[in-house]
Ligand binder design. Structure first.
Ligand SMILES: [Zn+2]
Length: 194
C-alpha cells in the first residue's frame, strides 16, 4: 500500500494506487521519509510511481508532441523508467549520490531502493533520511527535465547533486527528530562535512 505522509496526498494515493497494494515493500519506502521530506517531493514521487507525469512518451500517445525523445539525454524515448533510472544524466547523478549515503548498490528502480532499505537493518532516522534523499532526487530530475523544456537550461550533474544535498540538509536540519541518537546525529554531521 502506498503512503506518502501528507494527508491530502496520502488519501488520494491510497485510493488511486491499487496496483501497488500487492507490493508491501512500497510501504517501507513511502512511510520512511515522513516529514523529513518536502510535500512537493512526495507529490512528484507519487506521480512518478503512478506513471502520471507528462513525459514525452505520454504526450506523444495523446498527440501533444511528435517527438518522444528524452530532454535530458536527447537519445532515448522519455518514459518514467527511462527518465529516473535509464537516462545517462540520472545515472551519473545516482553514481554520485549512492556512495555518499553508503548505498552499496546502484539502484535501477524504486523497487531496488525499497529492497535495499528493507535488507539493511538500519535506524528509523537513517531510513527516513535516505528516503527523503530519494524523493528529493526524483523531484530534481523532473525539475531539470522541465528546466530544459521551458528554459533550455540543465544544470551539470555536480551542480544538481549539490542542490539535492543542500536541500535535504536544510530540510532535515530544520525538522530533525528530537529523539535522534548520538550515533545518528554524528552520521548526519559526517555526511555534510567538507
Ligand atoms: Zn535520457
Amino acid at each position: 500500500m502506498l503512503f506518502i505522509c501528507c494527508h491530502s496526498v496520502c488519501c488520494y494515493a491510497k485510493n488511486a494506487a491499487n496496483e501497488y497494494k500487492s507490493d508491501a515493500s512500497n510501504e517501507c519506502f513511502s512511510t520512511s521519509a515522513g516529514r523529513l521530506s518536502q510535500p512537493k517531493h512526495r507529490f512528484i514521487t507519487w506521480l512518478t510511481i503512478l506513471d502520471r507525469l507528462n513525459t514525452n512518451d505520454r504526450w506523444m500517445k495523446i498527440g501533444v508532441t511528435t517527438d518522444n525523445t528524452c530532454l535530458l539525454c536527447g537519445i532515448e524515448v522519455e518514459s518514467h523508467s527511462h527518465l529516473f533510472f535509464g537516462c545517462q544524466y540520472s545515472l551519473r547523478c545516482r553514481q554520485k549520490i549512492a556512495p555518499w549515503i553508503e548505498m552499496n548498490i546502484l539502484p535501477n528502480s524504486l523497487r531496488d531502493i525499497v529492497k535495499w532499505l528493507l535488507r539493511n537493518r538500519t535506524t528509523k532516522f537513517k531510513r527516513g533520511f535516505i528516503s527523503s534523499i530519494v524523493l528529493c532526487t526524483i523531484y530534481h530530475f523532473w525539475k531539470e527535465r522541465n528546466n530544459d523544456l521551458w528554459k533550455n537550461q540543465v544544470h551539470i550533474v555536480d551542480r544538481v547533486v549539490s542542490l539535492i544535498q543542500k536541500t535535504v540538509h536544510n530540510r532535515n536540519h530544520t525538522v530533525l527528530p528530537r529523539a535522534i541518537s548520538t550515533r545518528d546525529s554524528s552520521w548526519f554531521t559526517t555526511l555534510f562535512r567538507g
